[in-house]
Design a protein around this ligand. Sequence first.
Ligand SMILES: NC(=O)c1ccc[n+]([C@@H]2O[C@H](COP(=O)([O-])OP(=O)(O)OC[C@H]3O[C@@H](n4cnc5c(N)ncnc54)[C@H](O)[C@@H]3O)[C@@H](O)[C@H]2O)c1
Length: 342
Amino acid sequence: MADGTLRVGVVGTGGMGGRHARNLAHRVSGAELVAVMDVDQARANDLAGECGGAVVFDSGRALISDPRVEAVLIASPDPTHADLAVACIEAGKPVLCEKPLGVDIEDARRVLDAEVAGGRKLVQVGLMRTFDPQHTALKRAIDAGEIGRPLLFRGIHTHWRVEEVRTAVNVIVNSAVHDIHSARWLMGDDVASVYTSHIVDVPEQPESTRLVLLQLTFRCGGLASIEVNLDSNYGYEVIVEVSGEMGTLRTPSLESPILRKGGGATRAVEPDWLERFEVAYRIEAEAWVRAARAGGATGPTVWDGYAAMRVAEAAERSLATGRAEAVPDEPRPALYGKTGSG
Ligand SMILES: NC(=O)c1ccc[n+]([C@@H]2O[C@H](COP(=O)([O-])OP(=O)(O)OC[C@H]3O[C@@H](n4cnc5c(N)ncnc54)[C@H](O)[C@@H]3O)[C@@H](O)[C@H]2O)c1
């Protein structure tokens, strides 16, 4: 970082990796995209060409250990996250790791143990809603006491249509972790128990899922309901509402204007997360680059990713038992402070 510019390598150049790489190359100041890696080498080559000629690596580990790479963004599939994040920690390089921290609690625990053993926060987890202007406005209002003590979080997370058949476990670990993190962050509390129910997608495959519903209780008595609908048949939307002792806050959720025309009033809904959270991804990367250039980390921590995964794990247990399952209290390592998201 001789001239103060952070030289970043991106692992995984698909939908998310492509978006992050383009942001880092063209829209985020203080960063330079110097390396990319993807098992689909042609895709990595195309992106490198488009982003000013980054070096293309043939393995994630080689990219991480190369001295030209000062910080790493992990956007390869979920099963690769834990190994790559641990390799970054061991190399002492700041990393923005896409959610989730892995595919299960053991993966997340390995990343947590590695970071705690290193004694330094190096990982930011890609739970980007904490950078989304609609979400941060709501958080500011809660923190300013506008609704008093938060009592109930309601989260609705819809996809337009998901073509592949997904299991309830995959939906919880891969998608609902966003909502679980959002609930912890906005309620300012940890989850004590979770009850899971779901609607089967393909009748012959009882584990397939069209809609998952999580009901959470928090340690101080608050409640949450989280709905992830894979087939809303209208678009991608994240609606958040928090009711408190003195009022209720709700995100506007759509960016588009209302069109009144021909006897109707309509609003367009974004088709996917890349459009809905376009601004959040850029702000997230800017915050990451700023913190990494100053030698630190910011935003959602490994503890946050691990805490979300612990709730996801209890949600999986609840699916199997048909009962509410406890999320046992666990002391947070001193590295992550005493309370709140962090
Ligand atoms: N934060 C968010 O809002 C958000 C949204 C979507 C996806 N994600 C996460 O981002 C990650 C990538 O998702 P995506 O939607 O971009 O998927 P994608 O399928 O579009 O892209 C994944 C890319 O990784 C490559 N890849 C596969 N195995 C690899 C390996 N071992 N090493 C390096 N590259 C490999 C694939 O060839 C592909 O180009 C996932 O972990 C997903 O959970 C986060």
